[in-house]
Design a protein around this ligand. Structure first.
Ligand SMILES: *[C@@H]1O[C@H](CO)[C@@H](O)[C@H](O)[C@H]1NC(C)=O
Ligand SMILES: *[C@@H]1O[C@H](CO)[C@@H](O)[C@H](O)[C@H]1NC(C)=O
Ligand SMILES: *[C@@H]1O[C@H](CO)[C@@H](O)[C@H](O)[C@H]1NC(C)=O
Ligand SMILES: *[C@@H]1O[C@H](CO)[C@@H](O)[C@H](O)[C@H]1NC(C)=O
Ligand SMILES: *[C@@H]1O[C@H](CO)[C@@H](O)[C@H](O)[C@H]1NC(C)=O
Ligand SMILES: *[C@@H]1O[C@H](CO)[C@@H](O)[C@H](O)[C@H]1NC(C)=O
Length: 444
């Protein structure tokens, strides 16, 4: 196996300084190509216990795996098949990506796509064993397929190179102190043990939400060519048709350069923190897919988008845009898709609370640069899953504190989301300042 998987070390700091400038924009589409056979080389792993098949203790276990790309290869995204007996939450590079479905059980493995860093990527999983009846087995099963810029791929599986801790570090998924982590124990290979071949992968959605027909919008005209550096707020208020009750929404969104999604005044999530440091690829090249619960009749979707400068001169204008689609599901099973267009409202971002509290009359109509597909963005690289922070486990103080939800809306800082708080706590923030000057150029 060429991908090297190691227990995490904080070697990624130096990698931040490895920067490439413009994107070789290969149109690598993300693929959900896992089938059940994709799990056959994976093992059920957990914290070492006398008998993981029958008397595994209940409670949570933190898992970590770090993948380093082979020399000369640039990782672009990963397709991840994962399940846990009884449940899991997954982060990639400290960004929440997905969790087990509370409706189905461990027998339904889930497939997620995550945009990756070029060289080093950290996968963090919180697994929980629940239940009161013996036998009560515990296990995590995963396959991670990494796609590289040269269109090759490699797959790694859950095995005893993963590390596990029964004490959940308060700063998980980015723990500083790894002293409580030990090598995971293989409870069984896929197909054997108490699980047999019961875990399977569901068929992918045949009609995934897409951005066809949505417009790239901003607060100013001609923004796909040039817009001022800074943050802009967007609002779309969606009222259910008479007789219909909204239950949930799937939200697909991206922005050049980054964004935060809020729904009904609550922070939902953001793309990976990225100033184009992921080799040649910006995180905006992957639209982020969120699922959120809705209120029955009126729902307010807010996106705070931030445009970075074109050069290291902090004020240099650059291309700016936000594009998205909302798929609203109603209680009768019907759906409605609403794309970004000039009916969205826009306004200057000074703080989240100021924008969230502003009357519609204080905002202006967003300006469309053109439909999804226009330059300079083209069709993007694909879609990345993003877990709504409201769905994160509440038994982890650090995880919850890292989102703006509990600390109140962000102040005058540009909207950066959870990853920024994590970086601050890692003491990386100061060095990111110097990274910005090293960067010199951002995409577009
Ligand atoms: C992944 O790589 C293998 C060769 O190692 C190839 O057969 C397979 O088609 C690739 N999968 C995808 C989805 O590109
Ligand atoms: C986007 O979604 C719509 C609605 O499901 C579908 O008709 C269309 O073919 C999709 N477009 C692409 C490019 O997949
Ligand atoms: C991935 O890249 C981001 C910046 O884009 C950085 O903050 C993070 O530390 C990187 N992760 C790893 C594991 O190198
Ligand atoms: C990313 O770039 C923008 C624009 O230069 C800057 O405002 C922001 O502070 C940068 N983020 C970090 C963490 O350096
Ligand atoms: C911006 O979009 C227009 C079409 O709306 C297109 O003609 C122009 O080339 C685009 N700009 C860039 C930088 O791609
Ligand atoms: C997993 O189970 C634990 C214990 O019941 C619960 O606290 C946690 O929220 C669950 N996590 C997920 C992702 O379902």
């Amino acid at each position: 196996m060429m991908l090297s998987s190691t227990a995490p070390h904080r070697i990624f700091v130096l990698l931040l300084l490895t920067v490439h400038f413009l994107s070789v924009h290969a149109h690598l589409e993300t693929r959900d190509e896992f089938s059940d056979s994709g799990l056959s080389s994976a093992s059920w792993i957990w914290l070492p216990e006398p008998d993981l098949h029958t008397t595994a203790p209940t409670g949570s276990v933190a898992f970590l795996q770090t993948l380093t790309s082979p020399a000369g290869k640039t990782a672009v995204y990963a397709s991840i098949a994962i399940t846990a007996d009884n449940n899991f939450t997954l982060w990639v590079n400290y960004q929440p990506i997905g969790a087990s479905d509370p409706v189905t059980d461990w027998k339904t493995a889930q497939i997620f796509t995550a945009a990756l860093n070029a060289s080093v990527n950290v996968f963090s999983v919180l697994g929980s064993n629940t239940g009161t009846v013996t036998p009560n087995p515990a296990g995590l099963l995963a396959a991670i397929r990494v796609f590289f810029l040269d269109d090759t791929n490699e797959t790694i599986f859950s095995d005893d190179t993963w590390v596990a801790s029964g004490t959940i570090p308060s700063d998980f998924p980015l723990p500083h102190d790894l002293s409580s982590f030990v090598r995971a124990e293989v409870a069984a290979t896929y197909g054997s043990g108490p699980w047999g071949t019961d875990a399977t992968i569901p068929a992918p959605d045949p009609n995934p939400l897409n951005l066809t027909g949505s417009a790239w919008i901003w607060s100013t005209a001609n923004a796909n060519n040039s817009a001022a550096v800074g943050s802009v707020g967007f609002r779309k208020t969606v009222t259910s048709p008479i007789g219909k009750t909204a239950t949930s929404a799937t939200v697909l969104v991206t922005a050049d350069n980054t964004f935060q999604l809020w729904v009904n005044g609550q922070y939902i999530g953001a793309p990976p923190f990225d100033n184009n440091t992921a080799g040649t690829i910006g995180s905006w090249e992957f639209a982020q897919l969120f699922t959120v619960a809705l209120t029955p009749s009126t729902n307010v979707f807010t996106v705070f988008a931030t445009n970075f400068p074109a050069t290291s001169t902090a004020s240099s204008p650059s291309s700016a845009g936000m594009v998205g689609a909302l798929q609203i599901t109603f209680s009768d099973g019907t759906t409605e898709v609403i794309g970004t267009d000039a009916t969205w409202l826009a306004g200057t971002y000074t703080s989240a609370s100021t924008f969230l509290d502003a009357a519609d009359s204080a905002l202006v109509a967003a300006v469309s640069s053109g439909l999804f597909g226009i330059g300079p963005w083209g069709t993007l690289r694909g879609t990345s899953n993003a877990l709504n922070v409201l769905q994160l486990p509440t038994n982890n103080a650090a995880v919850v504190a890292s989102s703006p939800t509990t600390s109140g809306p962000a102040s005058s800082a540009p909207p950066m989301g959870a990853a920024r708080a994590l970086m601050d706590s890692q003491g990386l923030f100061a060095m990111l300042g110097c990274m910005v000057s090293v960067l010199g150029l951002f995409l577009f």
